[in-house]
Design a protein around this ligand. Structure first.
Ligand SMILES: Cc1ncc(COP(=O)(O)O)c(C=O)c1O
Length: 426
């Protein structure tokens, strides 16, 4: 048995199946876009810990910042003894976020940030209801799991969701759901399920992550803002997967001419260290009383130190512009793969910046989702040394999350592997 197989057997015996792993790989070492497994096999990583290492694995600036922090102090709990890097990071995000007069609080995980966004919305409006979208992913806790708009696998066997949460269809034109359809459903919800005056918040991802990298149309976002204004509802943009240069801007919300009431952030914010945050309009986020928000590890000094370095790297290395360049190249190569006669049938190819995805469909030129092809393709890619992830409400989408620092030859190498896998699995 190889080291990797041995570890896999131990994992199966010791760890519940509920935490599913997309690959059978155990990492030994990782550097920028490359990682090596327990048997010394090299992989290109086009998943980067699910959109976390936008600045690559172990960016030297991030590692140096964390090392420096380790030598000073590691944990005092911000609620007991405060530290400057937390405040400075809040100041940076307040300045950078597309909310004019903002304050920021930090937590540890994305789900925690979403939980707190809902808590703030409810305490600010005094209302219970929340509307999310089908295909959305907001986390796996009881509340965030209920917001998540996909049953299998996130909610299977977990019983009914938390009361007061409703889902509307997310507009995806090529699967027959227009912005008007989505709004007709929202208006119907107000007539049949919950009065608009009882809704605290509408939450959405500007680009759905787990849901399939579907990009919210501009007019959809503008109409949502108007609807929220009309009824006094808080609009929350969940930027946990889209944030920190992934889409070609620091926040994907910047593509829209709207100001949300709150933005949740996590993942790439701290480049591989656990940190999340909630950025909100001062008048809104200051509603919970002192002690009403927080958490023992919330805004850990290590996470804050890493996040400062991540924000420096994004600016110094021009990673927003790089995301656009990488995204354009990936889409160009994917179109060429789609046009080949001998590859698996590829449907829609889409992306904002370097948040790029494509669908696998039943036949060339068609649009009917074929979820079975996804597992075949990811397996063929892995055999050839490429880590890619699937996603999607229709379970037929492959997402490419390359580090924004990937060298060009490794981008091409990874895309060559993907092309070979698309032929082998056809
Ligand atoms: C958009 C979005 N929201 C929330 C979450 C939950 O974050 P976490 O897994 O850190 O709790 C995720 C994680 O994938 C996400 O993509």
């Amino acid at each position: 048995m190889s080291n990797n197989e041995n570890l896999l057997a131990r994992r199966k015996a010791a760890v519940p199946q509920g935490v599913a792993s997309a690959t059978s790989v155990f990492v030994e070492r990782a550097e920028n876009a490359e990682l090596w497994d327990a048997d010394g096999r090299r992989f290109l990583d086009f998943a980067v810990g699910i959109a976390v290492c936008n600045t690559g694995h172990r960016h030297q600036k991030v590692i140096e910042a964390v090392r420096k922090q380790l030598d000073q102090y590691t944990h005092t709990a911000f609620q007991v003894v405060q530290y400057e890097p937390y405040v400075a990071l809040a100041e940076r995000l307040n300045d950078a976020a597309p909310i004019a007069d903002a304050k920021t609080i930090f937590f540890t995980t994305g789900a925690e940030a979403v939980e707190n966004a809902i808590k703030v919305a409810r305490s600010h409006t005094g209302r219970p209801g929340v509307i999310a979208f089908r295909g959305a992913f907001h986390g796996r806790t009881a509340l965030t799991g209920s917001l998540t708009g996909k049953i299998m696998p996130y909610r299977t066997g977990a019983g009914l969701g938390v009361p007061g949460i409703y889902h509307a269809p997310f507009p995806v034109e090529h699967h027959g759901i227009s912005v008007d359809d989505s709004f007709a459903h929202l208006e119907a919800l107000f007539k049949t399920d919950i009065e608009a005056k009882d809704v605290a918040a509408i939450i959405l991802e500007p680009v759905q992550g787990e849901g399939g990298f579907y990009i919210a149309p501009k007019d959809f976002m503008a109409r949502l803002r108007a609807l929220c204004d009309l009824h006094g509802i808080m609009l929350i943009c969940d930027e946990i997967q889209t944030g920190f240069a992934r889409t070609g801007k620091l926040f994907a919300t910047e593509y829209y001419d709207i100001e949300p009431d709150m933005i949740t952030v996590a993942k790439a914010l701290a480049g591989g260290f656990p940190l999340s945050g909630l950025i909100g309009k001062r008048s809104v986020i200051d509603t919970p009383a002192p002690g009403g928000m927080g958490g023992t590890y919330g805004g850990s000094p290590i996470g804050c130190a890493a996040a400062h370095a991540v924000m420096d790297v994004i600016a110094e290395e021009g990673l927003c512009a790089r995301a656009d360049k990488l995204g354009a190249r990936m889409k160009e190569r994917l179109q060429a793969m789609k046009d080949r006669a001998d590859t698996m049938p590829i449907g829609d190819i889409r992306g904002l910046g370097a948040m790029v995805a494509f669908e696998l469909v039943a036949e060339k030129g068609g649009n009917k989702p074929d979820p079975l092809l996804v597992g075949k393709l990811t397996a063929e890619a892995l055999i050839r040394g490429l880590i890619i992830l699937s996603c999607g409400y229709w379970a037929n989408t492959i997402r490419l999350l390359v580090p924004l620092t990937i060298p060009e030859d490794q981008l091409e190498e990874g895309l060559d592997i993907l092309e070979a896998a698309l032929v082998a699995a056809a």
